[in-house]
Design a protein around this ligand. Structure first.
Ligand code: TYD
Length: 206
């Protein structure tokens, strides 16, 4: 039996580190894990990731949205679904909830409409468990901005109110889907966050 786990959160919340540590932990238990990420999780969508991250690319908000959705459709079909069909555990660093939080709550696209297109782009592939690594915006941004030249730069450069709306978006999603989304305090030391992640995943393991 397969399991699809996603990690979500604002810039610098530590989710990428936690996704790697979870994958390592599960592999050490002898499980097959596909560790992947969005945007740019496939061989063919690296160019989409480059466009989305480029601070010199003055992307229109709608163009940005459809690039994320195009990226997702390709990723679901060529990486996520095949791995789940093999019975693997898929651990994905960002997925649909990032579109809801960033493009919906952050950029202001209609959230109800976005749910429908998001579902279409993801072929209805919904995570079994989503770990929202929640940390203070100041902490997250300070961590993210230390990481010079990273591909998230176009978003890191956004003003504080944008990040506040994105975090609020994740909080709303967590309230709406309490059976799927678990909030984990990302302000804690790394090993404590990992312990919470492992405890949250354990009951879902095949
Ligand atoms: P990335 O370098 O992966 O950032 P992070 O390490 O924070 O995950 O860059 C991805 C950026 O794209 C990140 O700032 C969040 C944003 N994003 C969206 O706005 N919408 C989406 O649907 C996804 C998947 C990511």
């Amino acid at each position: 039996m397969s399991l699809f786990v996603t990690f979500e959160g604002i810039e610098g919340c530590g989710k990428s580190t936690q996704a790697e540590l979870l994958a390592e932990h599960l592999r050490a238990e002898g499980r097959e894990v596909t560790l992947t990420h969005e945007p740019g999780g496939t061989e063919h969508t690296r160019e989409i990731r480059r466009l989305l991250a480029d601070p010199d690319c003055a992307l229109d908000d709608r163009a940005e949205l459809f690039l994320f959705l195009a990226d997702r459709a390709q990723h679901v079909r060529s990486v996520i679904q095949p791995a789940l069909e093999r019975g693997a555990i898929v651990v994905c660093d960002r997925y649909s909830d990032s579109t809801m939080a960033y493009q919906g709550y952050g950029r202001g696209h209609d959230v109800g409409w976005l749910e429908g297109v998001n579902e279409y782009a993801s072929y209805g592939c919904v995570p079994g468990l989503t770990l929202w690594i929640d940390c203070d915006i100041a902490t997250g941004l300070a961590r993210a901005r230390k990481d010079t030249g990273g591909p998230g730069d176009r978003f890191e450069a956004e003003p504080l109110p944008f990040h506040t709306s994105v975090r609020q978006g994740f909080a709303e999603l967590c309230k709406r889907f309490p059976e799927r989304i678990v909030r984990i305090d990302g302000n804690l030391p790394i090993d404590e966050v990992t312990a919470h992640v492992i405890a949250a995943v354990a009951p879902h393991l095949p």
